[in-house]
Structure formats: C-alpha cells, structure tokens
Design a protein around this ligand. Structure first.
Ligand SMILES: [Zn+2]
Length: 294
C-alpha cells in the first residue's frame, strides 16, 4: 500500500496524518474531540477526520492505525484505562471498524509515541528504547529492534503505576504512592497545591525563572522522585536510551539535574543511559499510529 494513515485519539483533539512509504507526512489535520458530547460524537469526529485524510490521497489504497489512551482488553475487546472516560468499557476497535468500514490496528498512545521515536525520531540509532510520557499522567512504552513489546497483559511500559511509596497519595488506579502521583503534571500540581497553597499548572511552575526556598524544596522533591522512577526502569531493562515526551518533557532541567538524580540511583558505578527529549513533538502519537496500521 502506498499510503499509511494514522489517527491519534486524544482527550481534547483528534489528529490524523497521512504518510507515504518514505515516511514523509503528506497531510496532517486536527479537530476537537469534544468528549463532553459522548462516545457517538467522538466516533463521528473520527469518521470526519478519516474522510479528510482519505480525500487528501484521492481515496487510494492505504493502511490505518489508531492511537488511544488506555488499551483494548484481549479478553473482552473493551477499552479500559482511558482518560476519555466515556469510551471506557466500549468495544472501541469494533465500533471504529464498523463506522469506517475498514479494519484497523489500535494501540496505546504512549506505545505509538515510543514506536515513532524509535523508528523515525531521536531513538533511530538505538535498538532498545524506553519511551516515557510525562503529561497529565505518566505512561510509557518499550520498543526492541523497532518492534513494540506490549506483553501478554498489554501493560509493558506502564511505569507510572509502580508504587514508590506505599504510604503515598491515593492514585486513581486504587493503589497508593504510584509514580504518577508524584511526577505527572496532575500529580505535581496536587503537591504544589498542598505544599505551597498556590494554584498553578505544573508546566507553569516548572518554567518559573526564580524559586523561593519552599518552592525549591518542592522542585528538589520532583527531581528526586524522577531520579528514583527512571532508575528503576534502567535497573530492570537497562535500555539503550530513554526518550521523554508529554508536556513536562519541555522542562530542560530534567536532562541535567533530573538526569543526575537518575544516575545517583542506578545500580552501576558507570551510569551512561542517555535520557533525551523527544524529536517528533506531539506528532509522535499520530506517526506511531500510521506505522502500526493494517
Ligand atoms: Zn496508580
């Protein structure tokens, strides 16, 4: 097939891209998800953007892949763990296939991010790539020799829900002290709110020019947890590279101060794992979706 279409189903926007066999992006469009209008509306939005994509290549033969938060249960075929709550417990893959009249491949968005970065982004030169998303939540993916490793339970890469403090804050996954409750955008925001009594987004807090003494303590704690969280990944699989995506990946100090904290906790006296920022920006998800397409 000469073309590959990807659709990235996000909580606020749905993005589509058309790639040719040389991986050039021929078409790219975004429309709002408008998830408050319900699952039928979201399916209609997917149909709309798919039409735009196919029209851009005059309806020529193509493959199609979809990236989504959460994952499809192999047992029930139902979507679970999506932060677009109205889609949970629906047979999302089947519904999209019926709506579009076409078979699709569907995969977790953090997995699509990692696959895209490992194939076409900053991970190209590495064979074992761990992708880390630090956005509203903490997701991730694991790619070995340019292939996704999703695992029999489809939870490979879900580093965000490893407990780092059994007495820590409640997580929505029903456990306590998950990594996500400390270093995701939403987790850090809660810590800022309770420790500093101020309301500010994590991204805005991290991009401040100056930090007072109390703010510095919160920041130090953030780097410390980042160091513990990523060193745990490295101690288990020792990847060739860790690539960071999501809103908080724009915080430059993650790659200097944060990396030093990671290295302090690695079980090696010669820590060397590159910890780098993504190269494809927020297009990685849709590009990954196009790559997995069938
Ligand atoms: Zn959790």
């Amino acid at each position: 097939m000469a073309y590959r279409i990807g659709i990235d189903l996000g909580g606020t926007k749905i993005e589509s891209a058309v790639l040719d066999l040389g991986n050039n992006i021929l078409f790219r469009e975004r429309i709002p998800t408008q998830s408050h209008l319900g699952s039928n509306h979201i399916l209609n939005q997917i149909t709309n953007i798919y039409k735009m994509a196919t029209e851009s290549i005059n309806n020529e033969a193509h493959s199609l892949g979809v990236a989504t938060p959460g994952s499809i249960s192999k047992k029930t075929q139902l979507l679970r763990n999506s932060n677009t709550l109205c889609l949970n417990n629906l047979p999302l893959k089947i519904s999209i296939e019926e709506k579009l009249g076409k078979k699709i491949a569907i995969e977790n968005d953090a997995n699509c991010f990692t696959l895209a970065e490992a194939t076409l982004g900053v991970g190209k030169a590495y064979s074992c790539v761990f992708g880390v998303i630090m956005g509203t939540g903490c997701g991730g993916g694991f790619v070995f020799n340019k292939k996704l490793r999703t695992g029999p339970q489809h939870i490979s890469g879900e580093w965000g829900h490893s407990t780092i403090n059994v007495y820590g804050p409640d997580c929505y996954c029903k456990k306590k002290g998950c990594i996500e409750t400390y270093i995701s955008g939403s987790g850090l925001e809660k810590i800022i709110n309770s420790d500093l009594k101020i309301k500010i987004s994590s991204a805005d807090f991290l991009s401040k020019d100056n930090f007072n003494e109390q703010e510095q303590l919160v920041l130090n704690k953030f780097y410390r947890y980042f160091g513990i969280a990523l060193s745990n990944i490295i101690n288990v699989i020792d990847p060739d590279v860790i690539i960071i995506g999501g809103g908080l990946s724009n915080h430059d100090e993650l790659y200097s101060i944060g990396k030093r904290e990671v290295y302090k906790n690695i079980f090696s006296n010669e820590p060397s794992t590159p910890i780098i920022k993504n190269g494809l920006g927020d297009s990685a998800g849709v590009i990954g979706a196009a790559i997995i397409g069938i």
